[in-house]
Design a protein around this ligand. Structure first.
Ligand code: ADP
Ligand code: ZN
Length: 219
């Protein structure tokens, strides 16, 4: 089973994706996390990606696609994967179709999480990431048990460079530019599933994960 997560940065797709991957025993592949790992380890790929990431721009396709291809070849992908942050453009979507086709499989579901932009800006301001394990928290909706400390690994929580307001604005702009073509791509393939995240008192990422798992079970 291959599940693609669509939705703006800050839509909660990362959190929903992790829950779904864990529950369905799929690999969780986040291209953002893969890039950040490369940054941390100061690899060539990391150095190349950093200049784009710091501005909230997309890393060039040839770099991103190669990285994903290598990741899909790892052993833990045997049951399939939840793809978080890939594809982000129609070119990437077509590439993914080809890669999966070669593996004798396909995208089974594209989950689109729709959240109003003004709410996203607020959510991202409240977001903290763990330096140790990259777990994501929201200081309002999903706070850690101890302020500033990761529940899972005890690592330090911090606000990512690309979560500054001006960078967030650019990431949302970049997202808007390709959102429609991606949604159309998966609608045409007949695998689009729209989840409405609602307002701040509405559904959480965990609710969305459960809704999707329920849907998958029944289809
Ligand atoms: P977000 O919080 O926007 O979901 P991610 O953690 O997914 O952010 O990605 C962080 C950054 O990594 C992006 O702003 C972009 O520079 C780069 N990136 C991640 N995935 C891709 C991709 N599929 N194509 C190009 N760049 C990517
Ligand atoms: Zn942690």
């Amino acid at each position: 089973m291959y599940l693609v997560l669509l939705g703006a940065p800050g839509s909660g797709k990362g959190t929903a994706g992790k829950v779904i991957a864990e529950d369905l025993e799929l690999a969780h592949i986040s291209t953002g996390d893969l890039f950040r790992e490369n940054l941390k380890n100061e690899t060539e790929l990391g150095k190349e990606a950093k200049q784009y990431m710091d501005k909230g721009e997309l890393v060039p396709d040839e770099v991103t696609i190669k990285m994903l291809k290598d990741r899909l070849a790892k052993a833990d992908v045997k049951n399939g994967a939840v793809l978080d942050g890939f594809p982000r453009t129609e070119v990437q979507a077509k590439c993914l179709d080809d890669m999966l086709n070669e593996m004798g499989t396909k995208v089974d579901m594209a989950l689109n999480i729709d959240v109003p932009f003004d709410e996203i800006v607020e959510r991202i301001a409240n977001r903290r990431s763990c330096r140790g394990c990259s777990e994501i928290y929201n200081v309002v909706f999903n706070p850690p048990k101890v302020e500033g400390i990761c529940d899972k690994c005890g690592g330090e929580l911090y606000q990512r460079e690309d979560q500054k307001p001006e960078v967030v604005e650019n990431r949302l702009k970049v997202y808007s530019q390709s959102a429609e073509e991606l949604i159309n791509h998966y609608e045409k393939a007949g695998v689009l599933y729209n989840a409405k995240a609602g307002d701040s008192v509405g559904k959480t990422s965990f609710d969305i994960a459960k809704e999707v798992e329920e849907y998958i079970k029944n289809n």
